[in-house]
Design a binder for this molecule. Structure first.
Ligand SMILES: CC(C)(COP(=O)(O)OP(=O)(O)OC[C@H]1O[C@@H](n2cnc3c(N)ncnc32)[C@H](O)[C@@H]1OP(=O)(O)O)[C@@H](O)C(=O)NCCC(=O)NCCS
Length: 152
């Protein structure tokens, strides 16, 4: 059973850094994460928990006026393909709608098939491309949007 809640920095920071390191070639650093937690009014960081594992997934976003900008979604490798990311994102979107969000956007590597399928299943549409946006390896970013967020 998965429970979803806002990040508790004192308790969750190490686990989030572990999940980032296991998931990305350019993971968020401790300094970046701490700065965001301490200084950003728009940052919203959520985690998914299970009884066996305190943090199984993380989703970090910025809520900018009525737009939710999703920066990270990552699930611990052994917990993937069990509906965790989908459940986490739906919970994050519903909370953001409660704070006034009407639409959501994110960027994804062109080759990231699991993430692209997840976002497609959540109603995201391709609206643009940033050529060679990512490094390690260099790759295009696809810019996706989901409108009518309150319908999710
Ligand atoms: C992308 C990621 C977050 C998906 O997390 P997840 O918990 O495994 O995803 P879910 O189980 O909720 O899957 C939801 C849907 O996404 C799609 N999907 C997820 N993983 C997939 C895969 N490996 N292959 C194909 N489709 C996939 C499917 O449509 C799936 O629905 P289904 O299982 O009913 O077919 C996870 O693979 C991950 O952490 N990857 C590394 C980090 C990353 O790339 N994050 C995204 C960029 S920010």
């Amino acid at each position: 059973m998965i429970a979803i809640s806002r990040l508790d920095p004192a308790r969750d920071l190490e686990a989030v850094l572990e999940i980032e390191a296991a998931s990305f070639t350019n993971p968020t650093t401790r300094d970046m994460l701490v700065w965001e937690i301490e200084h950003s009014d728009v940052s919203r960081i959520w985690v998914a928990r299970s009884p066996e594992e305190p943090v199984v997934a993380v989703c970090s976003c910025w809520l900018v006026f009525d737009e939710l900008h999703v920066h990270t979604v990552a699930v611990r490798p052994p917990w993937r393909r069990q509906g965790v990311a989908r459940a986490l994102m739906v919970a994050v979107f519903r909370d953001a709608v409660g704070e006034g969000a009407t639409r959501a956007t994110l960027e994804v590597r062109r080759s990231n098939e699991p993430a692209r399928r997840l976002y497609e299943a959540l109603g995201f549409e391709l609206r643009g491309v940033r050529p060679a946006y990512y490094t390690r390896p260099v790759e295009d970013a696809l810019i996706l949007w989901r409108d009518d967020l309150k319908e999710i």
